[in-house]
Structure formats: structure tokens, C-alpha cells
Design a protein around this ligand. Structure first.
Ligand code: SF4
Ligand code: SF4
Length: 277
């Protein structure tokens, strides 16, 4: 797979996702992070700080590693207490490292600081589930969204109200899983997770903490080879993907309800007429 002459520069393809935060105000059943196979895959992980995010990106620059699309997510990234500062830093200090940057949020924590932080992205994806549909309905014509759009931030509502989640660990009926799993995997080479200097080739490898590539210690050639692979990961051989599809429902409806109520209040506070747009 490797060339005889090693490369010294490489741009990682797809969505490279910085795992900024280990909590979330919603409790979506089968969330690939908090409810992966009924377990909390964040156990043992820590949220990113200004300092470790900067150290990581400085190292990537020194190495010659860039990103096609750098994404902040979690969990709910806006719950990171340093969200605004990290977002400013990504835009003001490291925009040479990516073609574009995106933030994924559930829209339930739009404080003034969070909105300022979100204005530092090329795009934000607001995930809407049955549990936070009121956030969508209130936000869609809000001053907050207009404000973000005046900052050239592309605001996209990702609707999961009719879509389904994968129930990882449950086989899809009528589907045969075998050594060809990787070849036909619908999510391979799409979204890789970054945590603690490691990058995991898909969200299931991340959830299982298997077969990462250490971006801090690997050579550029090794990082290139990890992504430009011709055959799958070891885990692909036994992976049940595509898994059974299920509706998106909350695990703890009361918690989701209070998160959404608080989120709606934040949006209405920001909508105060004296707010400068
Ligand atoms: S909003 Fe739902 S799917 Fe997204 S991180 Fe939170 S629990 Fe998971
Ligand atoms: S481990 Fe599963 S989900 Fe990940 S790339 Fe392999 S087949 Fe796809």
C-alpha cells in the first residue's frame, strides 16, 4: 500500500469530527455516542479544552496534515464551556488547516455566547428529532438564524423526524453479513472521529475504541495509508452494518422536554427587540 517514497503532506478526506463534548441535553435512543448498543460510549472520554485543541492543531500543522472538512460535535458541542473560544480559535488561528468547518448542534443551547461561537463556522447543521421539533419551528424564522446568515454561516436543518437511526448491534432482517461488509458499508469513508489525538475511521470504531490511527505519533504516510486503504478494518469482518433501522425516540422524554423548554426560552431571550442584528 505504501509508496517507496514517503509523502510529507496529506489532507484527510471526508468529515473529520472533533469530539468536543461528552454530554448532551437530549437522550435519543440508539444515539451512536450515548446509546451505542445500549451503552454510553463516552465513558472514559473527556471534553476538549482550548489548550488541548490548540496543541493538537499546531501539531497537525507542523506535520503537514490538513482536513477537507473539520467538524465540531459531541455529544452537544455547545455545552463545552469553552465552545465560543474554541470556535473563534478554529476560525482565527487554524483556517489554513481545513477547506471548511462545520458545527453539529441540536439547537437547544443557543445562548448569546454560543450564537457568537456558531458565527465562526462556514455551516451549522441543526439536528431536529421528534423531541426537539419545537426548536425547529421557533428557530426557523428567528433573529438568531438571521444573524448567523448575515455572518455567511450556512444554516442547515437536518430533519430526523421521519428518518431512522441504526440500532447498532441488531441485525437487519434478510441481510447477510460477511467478509464483504466493508465493500458495501454505507458509512465508510464518511465521518471519522477525533479524540485525544487519535482518529477513528468510522463512528463504530470510535464507539468501540478500536483500530484508531494516532495522528500525533503516526507518520504522514501512515495517516495517508489509514484513509486510502483498499481493504477494511479488522472490525468490518464482524460488523453488523447496515444495522436494523428504528425510529428516533427519546430514552428520557422528561429530560428532553425540559432541555427543549430551556432551549426555547434562550431563543426567545435572544429575540428581544433591542438585540442588535
Ligand atoms: S442530540 Fe441525540 S443523537 Fe445528537 S448527540 Fe444528543 S442524544 Fe445523540
Ligand atoms: S466497522 Fe462497520 S461501520 Fe465501520 S467501516 Fe467497517 S463495516 Fe463500516
Amino acid at each position: 500500500m505504501s509508496n517507496t517514497t514517503s509523502i510529507n503532506k496529506y489532507k484527510i478526506p471526508g468529515y473529520s469530527q472533533l469530539f468536543l463534548e461528552t454530554t448532551c441535553g437530549l437522550s435519543c435512543k440508539n444515539c451512536c455516542v450515548f446509546d451505542y448498543k445500549g451503552t454510553d460510549a463516552t465513558i472514559g472520554l473527556r471534553r476538549m479544552t482550548i489548550s488541548n485543541t490548540r496543541d493538537f492543531l499546531v501539531k497537525m500543522r507542523e506535520k503537514g496534515i490538513g482536513f477537507t472538512r473539520l467538524v465540531t460535535l459531541g455529544g452537544e458541542p455547545t455545552l463545552n464551556p469553552d465552545f465560543k473560544e474554541i470556535s473563534y480559535m478554529l476560525r482565527n488561528e487554524f483556517s489554513d488547516l481545513y477547506d471548511d468547518n462545520v458545527c453539529h448542534t441540536n439547537g437547544c443551547n443557543l445562548t448569546s455566547d454560543v450564537i457568537e461561537g456558531l458565527s465562526m463556522y462556514d455551516a451549522i447543521h441543526i439536528s431536529i428529532y421528534p423531541s426537539n421539533i419545537d426548536i425547529h419551528n421557533t428557530l426557523i424564522n428567528s433573529d438568531a438564524i438571521k444573524y448567523l446568515r448575515t455572518h455567511n454561516t450556512n444554516v442547515i436543518f437536518k430533519m430526523y423526524t421521519k428518518k431512522r437511526f441504526f440500532a447498532y448491534g441488531e441485525k437487519r432482517s434478510g441481510f447477510t453479513y460477511d467478509e464483504n461488509n466493508w465493500d458495501r458499508c454505507p458509512i465508510k469513508n464518511q465521518c471519522q472521529y477525533i479524540h485525544d489525538g487519535n482518529i477513528y475511521g468510522c463512528n463504530l470504531l470510535f464507539a468501540e475504541k478500536r483500530e484508531p490511527c494516532n495522528l500525533m505519533t503516526s507518520t504522514v504516510q501512515e495517516i495517508h495509508d489509514y484513509f486510502e486503504r483498499e481493504s477494511g478494518y479488522e472490525m468490518c469482518k464482524t460488523c453488523w452494518q447496515p444495522a436494523k433501522e428504528v425510529a428516533v425516540l427519546p430514552n428520557k422524554p422528561e429530560i428532553d422536554k425540559s432541555t427543549v423548554t430551556a432551549g426555547l426560552k434562550l431563543i426567545s431571550l435572544w429575540n428581544k427587540p433591542n438585540k442588535i442584528i
